[in-house]
Write a protein that binds this ligand. Structure first.
Ligand SMILES: NC(=O)C1=CN([C@@H]2O[C@H](COP(=O)(O)OP(=O)(O)OC[C@H]3O[C@@H](n4cnc5c(N)ncnc54)[C@H](OP(=O)(O)O)[C@@H]3O)[C@@H](O)[C@H]2O)C=CC1
Ligand SMILES: C[C@H](O)[C@@H]1OC(=O)[C@H](O)[C@@H]1O
Length: 253
């Protein structure tokens, strides 16, 4: 039980990677608070899975694009679970769209959810960890897209590079408090975020063909890397990033 006795907060945990990570952390012994914005049924189902594992779980609604959500989530989660040991910034959107006619609202919403939201969430979690005085681990669900571009992701990839940069800077700012800050870089993971994009069979086959391990990722593929960064196994790891992409990034030819 690598996370026994720890409390973990996960944003965007009603579906996909966030939900898998929330339940996975509970499987490794943690109590978990999860944030979601719209999918109450998904959030409730995740809490039920966490409770079935014998751990405490709580779902707290809030749009991360609103900076006020951050303080409220951290305060309510701390009141319910007692403290925060691990914070996973996962909530994100990727509304695929071409560059030349990108609607201002799509650009701004993507920035607000993925990057502004992360900034204020990480700040609120860090303040609580500093107050507790016992260190902590902050993990950002960045992306392989922090390193490479996407034709229909010109609004999205900068948020993922920004998240990684945020982790590097807060690793420096929070090191004196023994709060470690790291990024995960998932490749293409099969979730609702890319369901429409990958409904194009040709595109899906092409994406699969780029992965040396021969398959696209599943949300559960992020559990082990998250548990590692959350646990004391990574006590001397901060400011780092870990690709979880089946080898896609290094596959030039
Ligand atoms: N899938 C992939 O290939 C990859 C994903 N990632 C990143 O992983 C993270 C999770 O993505 P994934 O699981 O695929 O996506 P999903 O669409 O499956 O899940 C997204 C989650 O984020 C929540 N969410 C969305 N907007 C908000 C908001 N404004 N406030 C709070 N919660 C919100 C959703 O909850 P609700 O519906 O309740 O709003 C949902 O729980 C994202 O940051 C994404 O960029 C990175 C690399 C690859
Ligand atoms: C949503 C995409 O499938 C996914 O998002 C990422 O961050 C990856 O780079 C993939 O493009």
């Amino acid at each position: 039980m690598l996370l026994a006795g720890k409390t973990v907060l996960v944003t965007g945990a009603s579906a996909g990677i966030g939900r898998a990570v929330a339940v996975g952390c509970a499987r490794h012994g943690a109590d978990v608070a999860l944030n979601f914005s719209r999918d109450q049924a998904g959030a409730d189902a995740a809490v039920a899975e966490i409770e079935a594992l014998g751990r405490k779980g709580i779902a707290i609604q809030g749009d991360v694009a609103d900076p006020e959500t951050a303080k409220a989530f951290v305060a309510q989660a701390t009141a319910a679970l007692g403290c925060i040991d691990v914070f996973v910034n996962n909530a994100g959107i990727c509304p695929f769209h071409a560059f030349l006619d990108m609607p201002v609202e799509t650009f701004e919403r993507t920035m607000r959810v993925n990057l502004h939201g992360a900034y204020f969430m990480v700040q609120a979690a860090a303040n609580q960890m500093v107050k507790q005085g016992d260190g902590g681990s902050i993990i950002a669900m960045s992306s392989i897209s922090a390193l490479v571009g996407g034709e229909y992701q010109t609004h999205y990839t900068p948020t993922k590079a920004g998240l990684h940069s945020l982790m590097q800077s807060v690793a420096i700012a929070l090191g004196k408090h023994n709060i470690r800050c790291n990024s995960l870089f998932p490749g293409t993971i099969l979730t609702d975020i890319n369901k429409d994009d990958l409904a194009d069979v040709e595109k899906r086959r092409y994406m699969e063909s780029r992965v040396p391990l021969g398959r696209l990722g599943q949300p559960d593929d992020l559990v082990g890397p998250t548990v590692f960064l959350a646990s004391d196994l990574s006590a001397y790891v901060t400011g780092a990033s870990l690709l979880v992409d089946g080898g896609a990034y290094v596959n030039l030819q």
